[in-house]
Write a protein that binds this ligand. Structure first.
Ligand SMILES: Nc1ncnc2c1ncn2[C@@H]1O[C@H](COP(=O)(O)OP(=O)(O)OP(=O)(O)O)[C@@H](O)[C@H]1O
Ligand SMILES: [Mg+2]
Length: 309
């Protein structure tokens, strides 16, 4: 699959075993995953809804109209280190398997976001949408069926789709928002099988016109006790820990000692466990004590506090 290397990171073709493993490694997101998979199927492969209606009602029921004309945009919003990027980059694997078509995952490259020179952001976005439209517009086969679909991921989207009302906003950023809206509208009008995913930890900063277009918004929160326990159970699989030690770890990584927030998933995966393993390696086994010592030395990442309304 060809692509302009400066616009996108390497294009991934899904389904793909490593995307699947990444998707399955994400815990605490079962509800999000289930809804995401259904919503994405209906947007990328609307004939699945028709088929469902035919199967259960023997005709196309008018309730299906509720799904027509939706903008193919999902917002992933929520706290830092809670799996937005990891899920956005991997859920297409599940969707591709469900609809039985390859999905090309295009990730707008951070490097391509330009220096802010007038016209640059607008041109970059226009070029990105041109490219995904070109890929998605492959004419349907003789049976009228599409042969592939596209997910366009715009991560850290607040940098691009920031509210045009923000007083400090530079002219070029406003032009970027307009280009994004034009791109989204063009996908909706042409009913192309492209899904745009915008990920952010600053939902309030996203332009209202962009937010309004989202067919669905998915919320990501830092893990509660049960979710931390599930995450820890996976992480320390193979290490002999007593029930009390696990309980102690779950408690110590939560909101304790007057701290109003606990560990994020990435605090657990990328900070706590590596710190404890490094303390054990090379001459000791990993133990509950070493994990608790690591907790004592690691402050959880503070939540991103939304400003404004
Ligand atoms: N729900 C989860 N289950 C298991 N691991 C997770 C989960 N969420 C995050 N992680 C771990 O944390 C890493 C970072 O997560 P990710 O980059 O997806 O967070 P994010 O929500 O995009 O954060 P940010 O807002 O800072 O961009 C993941 O690669 C994974 O190792
Ligand atoms: Mg992210």
């Amino acid at each position: 699959m060809s692509s302009a290397p400066d616009l996108f990171e390497a294009v991934l073709e899904l389904p793909d075993a490593s995307a699947r493993a990444r998707y399955e490694s994400l815990v605490g997101l079962d509800d999000v995953k289930a809804r995401l998979n259904k919503e994405a199927q209906l947007l990328l492969h609307p004939s699945s809804l028709e088929a469902w209606s035919q199967q259960f009602h023997r005709r196309r029921i008018s309730a299906c109209d509720a799904f027509a004309d939706r903008h193919p945009v999902f917002l992933f919003a929520g706290d830092v280190g809670t799996g937005k990027t990891a899920l956005a980059e991997s859920f297409g694997d599940q969707v591709a398997r469900s609809i039985g078509l390859p999905i090309y995952l295009y990730r707008l490259s951070l490097a391509s976001r330009g220096s802010g020179a007038v016209g640059e952001m607008t041109q970059l976005l226009a070029a990105a949408f041109d490219e995904v439209r070109r890929v998605a517009a492959t004419p349907p086969g003789r049976d009228g069926k599409r042969s592939s679909a596209v997910i366009l991921l715009i991560d850290e989207a607040d940098a691009l789709a920031q509210s045009r009302e923000a007083s400090q906003m530079h002219h070029e950023d406003r032009a970027g928002v307009n280009a994004l809206i034009r791109g989204i509208n063009s996908l909706t009008e042409k009913r192309l099988p492209v899904l745009v995913v915008l990920a952010t930890n600053r939902l309030q900063a996203i332009d209202p016109a962009v937010r309004r277009r989202a067919a669905a918004t998915f919320r990501f929160d830092r893990p509660d006790d049960t979710q931390r326990e599930a995450a820890l159970a996976r992480l320390i699989d193979g290490v002999a820990l007593s029930t009390d030690e696990i309980r102690g770890l779950v408690k110590a990584t939560g909101a304790v000692d007057g701290r109003p927030y606990g560990y994020t998933y990435s605090d657990l995966y990328q900070r706590l466990v590596p710190a404890a393993v490094l303390a054990a390696y090379p001459d000791r086994p990993l133990t509950g004590d070493l994990l608790l010592q690591a907790v004592a030395s690691i402050e959880p990442t503070p939540p991103f506090v939304e400003e404004g309304p």
